[in-house]
Design a binder for this molecule. Sequence first.
Ligand code: UD1
Ligand code: MG
Length: 462
Amino acid sequence: MINYILASIPLLFPALISIDLLDNPWTIASSWLKYLDDSNRNESSSTSLSNGESEGIEIPSVSSQLLAYLAMGIFGFMLTNRLVPNIKDYTLRKGICGKDMGKRGTALADIPVPEALGIVPGAVFLICLIFCLVGYATSHPSKLLDVNSALLSICFMLFLGFTDDVLDWPWRYKLVLPTVASLPLLCCYNGSTSVVVPTPLRALLIQNQEITIFGNLANWFVEIDVGSDGKFLDLGFFYLLYMGMLAVFCTNAINIYAGINGLEAGQSYVIGCSILLHNFIEIRSESLTRENHLFSAMIILNFVGVTLGLLRHNWYPANVFVGDTFCYFAGMTFAVVGILGHFSKTLLLFFIPQVINFIWSVPQLFKIVPCPRHRLPAFEISTGLMKPSTFECKPGQHLWLKKLNRLDTGADRIPNMTLINMVLSILGPMNERDLCTVLLSLQLISCAFGFFMRYYVAEFFF
Ligand code: UD1
Ligand code: MG
């Protein structure tokens, strides 16, 4: 029961706003039936549908579209929830499984846990999205390119994640391949490559309608919009580069903030709900980017549905592991909505724990400090609690890190540099379930902080 209450918290705010956005579902459903009936009777309407927006296609109301996507998301949840227990036997039979390292020394330690079950929500998501897209692309033909490139990038990343679970790619490939997967997106990106310069920094670029020395220097690489008094900066190629790096970051950031039951799916679920809330707020405010947010809401509603279906089986004690398949699929989905929805900077505000974990991990990721194959927290059999895991070092080595951890200079083990270990060091040992709940609460709080930055603090700077 408590798990259901916890799971409903991130959905609460998007659900409240959706009440405002959705008309009476029965009225909408009867309008759908009427539409189907009309189009059956009037064959000529189907010809006009394929001719494009310019030829007078009737675009369904926002409320009607959202209800259709919501129905698809619920279907995605139910199908994933049902399929995961069936498909896990197949992966187990093929030896795609792992040992739960958080249960070392207990009876559960030797039981193989089916791995790579992210393939189920991934496949269900693609099915749901294709159905949604059939409707979406018919009423928005000009968006067909966006839609197909989104599908291609997500599909490629899902495939790549699954091969990683089966073949265990070395780290250098994990970094390069998401860049390739994001190329279809970047090629068809036709939005602005300009950013708004924060008000206090504008004087650095332009003063009294004249470009400053620093502005001239910046003009070598980017384009300053003199007409807008330095408000806009066209980053051109660098903006595309940033978006490519965003895809690499999103996919890997989720994968390295992992290792305890429920964390990978849980963090993706909370981030997904936050994006949905952001989309709903923008749709409700009838902003100029409303159409982009509707497109994003379509993708994210399906994503949240399938992720919740997986989370049920991955929650402590996990019956299945989500694998890199899910981490890459989730990361790429977020990158796709951030890029095509034109809110990539807001998206990063929902990734604060992942950004902290990534920055803190850099010395280990780049081998400045030794990095063991697994950095997930260690399980202590005597207490049944998780404590920070460590790596081995020589007594005189990595003194700065030992100082940071308040360790003796002669110590021969140092805690691994992850946010999970950092939380355990601050709050003390706790069991796996509580640790996951604490980390997901932290995710929720940081997303709330992200909203505060986006809708309150940003107003002072832009
Ligand atoms: C990343 C992390 C690694 C972490 C691992 C756990 C980096 C550089 N890499 O590696 O430190 O240990 O994810 O996902 O930060 N597992 C559990 N319980 C869980 C989830 C996973 O015990 O709840 C174990 C299982 O043995 C599973 C394995 O982790 O088989 C999956 O690891 P994998 O996804 O292959 O590791 P990486 O993504 O390479
Ligand atoms: Mg992984």
